[in-house]
Ligand binder design. Structure first.
Ligand code: NM2
Ligand code: OGA
Ligand code: ZN
Length: 416
C-alpha cells in the first residue's frame, strides 16, 4: 500500500473512531494510571530515530520512530471497522525517522520521514503501551493480575451461584474474573441434568471436543480406558498433558456423589512452582529448561504424545504453564545423562510440594455443584472412593481460556 504524502489533518477524529479497538479496558493494562498521566514535553532524540517524552510526574519514556509508525492509529494504518492493521512492515520505509514531534491538546503529534505521514498518539495510549525501562523480575514471575494461593484460600470467595452466572452479566463477570485471577472457581446448586455442563462452557466460549467426546462421564467403569474412570485416588494433576496444545480449561460437574470418599483437591501449580524455585533454584531451572514427555494410548484408536516442560516459562521468564500428571508421564529422554539424577530429584520435590496439604484446598462436590480450572495452572485431584456403597458420577468437558478471557474483556468493556 502506498502511504506516501497523505494528509492526516483530521486524524484526531479518526483516532477516536478506532479507539474502541485500541483501548483495552482490561484492568491488567494499567488504564487508570494511563488516564491520569499527562505529557509535559516531547523531544526528538538519536537523530530522529526516537522521541523522549516527559510526564507530569517527571518520569520519561522513549519510543522508537519505527515503533510509532508501525503502531500509528490513523485510518490508513488501522481499519476503522475492526481495528486490524491494514499495512505490513514492508510498507514502512526501513529508514523511518521522526521529523517533527510536538504536543497538541495533550497528545503527541508526530511527522515521519521520509513518507511525511503525520499521526497523533493520545497520552493515555502512550502510557498504556510504553516499553522503556521495563523491569523483568527473575524467572518464574507471574502477572500482577494473578493471585497465588494456598490451603488458606477461602472457597467461599471463589464460589458462585450456577443459575446467577448464566442469567446475569455482572455475576458471570465475577465468576470469570475469579477464574482469571485464581485459576479456578466453583459453582453451586446447578441442575442435576445430564449435560448441564455444556451450558456453562457455552455461556463464555466453546467446548473443546476430544477423543473423550464433547463431554465425558467420570464414573467407575469396567475395563476403563483411563484411570479417571475408576474409584482410585488421583494425585493432583493437570489434564491431557499429552495433547498439544493442552485444553486450557476443564469443567467437572457433579451429578451424584453419595459414595464414601471422592473429595476433590485443588493446588495452585504456579505457587508450587515458585516454592520449588525458592527451595531449589537449580531444580526449578532443570524442570523449566528440559522437556518431559507425555503419552496416552489407553484405547486402541488413540495415541497422543507430547514433548513439553513440566514448568513452562515464556522467553522473558514469566511462568505460563504447568504439566503434571503421573499417569501419563512417558519416559523422559530429553535430559542429558549427567543431569538426569538432579532432574529426578527436582521432579520428586515438585511432586512433594504438590502433595503438601498446606498448598491444597479440598471440598466434596454436591450434586449440581461444579468447578472450573485453568488447566495450565491449577492442578486437580480426587480422593479414592468405594464403588460398592453409594454412587459417584461427574461429567467433565474441556474448553479454552482465550474465549473465557475474551468474554470477560467484553463484559468489562460494557461495564466501563
Ligand atoms: N479424562 C477424564 O488427562 C487425563 O488423562 C485425565 C481425562 C479421561 C477425560 C483424565
Ligand atoms: C478427571 C479427574 C477428578 C474426579 O476426570 O480428569 O481428574 O473428581 N477427575 O473424579
Ligand atoms: Zn483430571
Amino acid at each position: 500500500m502506498n502511504q506516501k504524502h497523505r494528509n492526516c489533518d483530521t486524524i484526531q477524529d479518526k483516532v477516536a473512531s478506532i479507539s474502541k479497538y485500541l483501548y483495552p479496558t482490561n484492568t491488567q493494562q494499567r488504564p487508570l494510571l494511563a488516564l491520569m498521566s499527562k505529557l509535559t514535553s516531547a523531544e526528538i532524540v538519536d537523530g530522529g530515530k526516537g522521541v523522549r517524552l516527559i510526564w507530569n510526574d517527571e518520569s520519561t519514556s522513549r519510543f522508537h520512530a519505527i515503533w510509532l509508525r508501525d503502531n500509528s492509529l490513523d485510518e490508513q494504518t488501522r481499519s476503522s471497522s475492526n481495528g486490524q492493521r491494514l499495512i505490513t512492515l514492508s510498507d514502512i520505509p526501513a529508514d523511518t525517522t521522526l521529523s517533527e514531534a510536538t504536543l497538541a491538546e495533550g497528545a503527541l503529534r508526530v511527522r515521519f520521514s521520509p513518507d511525511q505521514t503525520q499521526c497523533h498518539f493520545p497520552a493515555s495510549w502512550l502510557k498504556q503501551h510504553c516499553y522503556d525501562s521495563r523491569k523483568v523480575p527473575p524467572p518464574g514471575w507471574t502477572s500482577d493480575g494473578l493471585t497465588l494461593w494456598d490451603s488458606t484460600q477461602s472457597l467461599q470467595a471463589v464460589s458462585f451461584d450456577h443459575a446467577q452466572v448464566l442469567a446475569d452479566n455482572a455475576s458471570r463477570r465475577d465468576w470469570l474474573a475469579a477464574v482469571q485471577r485464581y485459576g479456578f472457581a466453583k459453582l453451586n446448586q446447578g441442575p442435576c441434568i445430564d449435560g448441564a455442563l455444556m451450558e456453562l462452557a457455552e455461556c463464555f466460549g466453546y467446548v473443546r471436543e476430544t477423543n473423550y467426546g464433547r463431554w465425558f462421564e467420570v464414573r467407575t467403569e469396567i475395563n476403563p480406558s483411563n484411570l479417571a474412570y475408576t474409584g482410585l485416588g488421583l494425585q493432583a494433576h493437570t489434564d491431557n498433558p499429552y495433547r498439544d496444545p493442552v485444553p486450557t480449561l476443564q469443567i467437572l460437574y457433579c451429578l451424584e456423589n453419595s459414595a464414601q470418599g471422592g473429595e476433590n483437591q485443588l493446588v495452585d501449580g504456579f505457587h508450587a512452582a515458585q516454592r520449588l524455585r525458592d527451595l531449589n533454584p537449580t531444580g526449578f531451572e532443570l524442570l523449566t529448561q528440559h522437556c518431559a514427555r507425555f503419552d496416552y494410548n489407553g484405547s486402541a484408536d488413540v495415541h497422543l504424545q507430547s514433548k513439553r516442560p513440566m514448568i513452562e516459562l515464556a522467553p522473558d521468564g514469566e511462568l505460563i504453564g504447568i504439566r503434571f500428571n503421573n499417569r501419563s508421564a512417558a519416559p523422559i529422554t530429553d535430559v542429558p545423562f549427567e543431569k538426569m539424577e538432579a532432574f529426578y530429584a527436582a521432579y520428586r520435590q515438585f511432586g512433594e510440594i504438590i502433595n503438601d496439604p498446606n498448598l491444597a484446598i479440598e471440598f466434596k462436590l454436591d450434586p449440581g455443584d461444579s468447578f472450573i480450572v485453568d488447566n495450565t495452572r491449577v492442578l486437580h485431584g480426587r480422593a479414592g472412593y468405594a464403588a460398592d456403597q453409594g454412587s459417584r458420577w461427574l461429567q467433565g468437558c474441556y474448553a479454552d481460556k482465550d474465549s473465557l478471557l475474551s468474554h470477560l474483556s467484553v463484559l468489562n468493556q460494557q461495564k466501563a
